[in-house]
Design a protein around this ligand. Structure first.
Ligand SMILES: Nc1ncnc2c1ncn2[C@@H]1O[C@H](COP(=O)(O)OP(=O)(O)OP(=O)(O)O)[C@@H](O)[C@H]1O
Length: 384
């Protein structure tokens, strides 16, 4: 690790290592990357606070892994810069090779060496020049790292094929942690695991990284994983970040329809906006702050449409998808609105919407349900 304390700007103008407050701060600015004629990254800018976790999520081929590989130093960009802890890693001709970046990388399959034991795999990540000499010190550090990732010390003598997929991912993390990186990059690190193991492994890994205060960037195509794992979610589309914000904000206040639909189910309705109210087939709906007026597309999450026996909206169950704890219920709206409810030219019966409900018994086909809307809707341009 390069750790000369100085505040002298280098040739690129960046302050050279090491302002303690900046340790682990990642700044990516204007990254452009092409493969042949295809521009894969088209000017990506991203800030990650020290010790925080960012998930980069987006459709397949949007450029997520390429961005991670540029940060790791496995690829070079045509334009833009990467700085970590105030140290320039890449900018113009300035270039720090991958093995000098203080960056850990955990691949999708863990990429353990099959011919080495778990202990040897982890020891491979150790900088032995920083350890007191001797095999005893190495063994102790390996045991410590295994404990950090909640694995029994006895596993050290096994080979990767003798442990489970979730254990392999934790060994891969321990190997990456052995170098005490300032930044951990997780490239679809949980996606090869089955659902239960994925959640448990993700939780362990998140806790280890959080407790160690290591800045983390996770690439995933799994929206739920991104929303649950990260402090900050960066939504990538066509080589650009469409939105970077907290999980709650990107889910409840997506910047556009594509982002809304990528992050979860969305009910889209034609609507007419006046002031802070939109009128649509569900009646008058409160809007999140917007400058839009007139015709819009309204977005609600299905869970915002609640079954309520006194609700002003009526619909008849068309069909149901049962998922155990929850069902997605499709309803055809009927015109029997309550007296006193606003109506408009857009409020019409026959429109089909989806809601979520936890009681599968109420959702038999043909049942009439009364509904109300909770929270605010988002307005997008009418033709997006
Ligand atoms: N080494 C390479 N040579 C040529 N094209 C590449 C290379 N690496 C990536 N690409 C192309 O760049 C685009 C973005 O790929 P990338 O792997 O970054 O996307 P991704 O968002 O991570 O996708 P996925 O979720 O499927 O892994 C794809 O069209 C891919 O084919």
């Amino acid at each position: 690790m390069t750790s000369t304390p100085t505040s002298t700007p280098d040739a690129t103008g960046a302050v050279d290592y090491h302002d303690p407050a900046a340790r682990g701060r990642l700044e990516v600015s204007g990254l452009v990357k092409s493969f042949g004629p295809q521009q894969v990254l088209r000017g990506v800018t991203l800030s990650v606070d020290p010790g925080s976790t960012t998930a980069i999520v987006g459709p397949s081929g949007s450029g997520k892994t390429t961005l991670l590989r540029l940060i790791a130093g496995f690829e070079r960009a045509e334009a833009g810069s990467v700085t970590l802890s105030g140290r320039t890693l890449a900018a113009g001709d300035a270039w720090v090779p991958a093995h000098h970046r203080d960056v850990g990388y955990v691949a999708q399959d863990g990429a353990l060496f099959p011919h080495l034991t778990v202990g040897q795999n982890i020891a491979f990540g150790l900088d032995t020049s920083r350890l007191p000499q001797g095999r005893k010190a190495t063994r102790a550090r390996v045991a410590e790292l295994l404990e950090m990732v909640s694995l029994a010390p006895a596993l050290a003598t096994r080979r990767p094929h003798e442990i489970s997929g979730g254990q392999q991912q934790r060994v891969a993390l321990a190997r990456a942690l052995a170098r005490e990186p300032e930044l951990m990059l997780l490239d679809e690190s949980f996606s090869a695991l089955d659902a239960g193991l994925r959640v448990a492994t993700r939780r362990t890994v998140a806790k280890v990284l959080h407790d160690a205060g290591i800045t983390t960037v996770l690439v995933t195509h799994d929206q739920a994983e991104a929303l649950s794992f990260a402090d900050q979610v960066a939504v990538m589309r066509d080589g650009l970040l469409a939105q970077v914000d907290s999980p709650l904000e990107v889910y409840t206040r997506p910047v556009d329809r594509a982002t809304a639909e990528f992050l979860g189910d969305a009910v889209m309705l034609e609507a007419w906006v006046e002031g802070d109210t939109a009128t649509c087939s569900l009646g008058a709906v409160r809007l999140a702050p917007t400058t839009r007026r007139g015709r819009v597309q309204l977005m609600l999450r299905p869970e915002q449409i609640r079954v309520d026996e006194h609700g002003p909206i009526r619909g008849v169950v068309v069909d149901t998808d049962y998922f155990g704890p929850e069902s997605t219920v499709r309803l055809e709206l009927t015109s029997g609105r309550e007296p006193g409810c606003e109506t408009s030219a857009l409020a019409r019966s026959g429109e089909i919407i989806s809601i979520r409900h936890s009681n599968a018994f109420i959702a038999a086909k043909g049942t009439e349900l009364r509904l109300r809307i909770e929270g605010e809707a988002i307005a997008f341009p009418p033709d997006a």
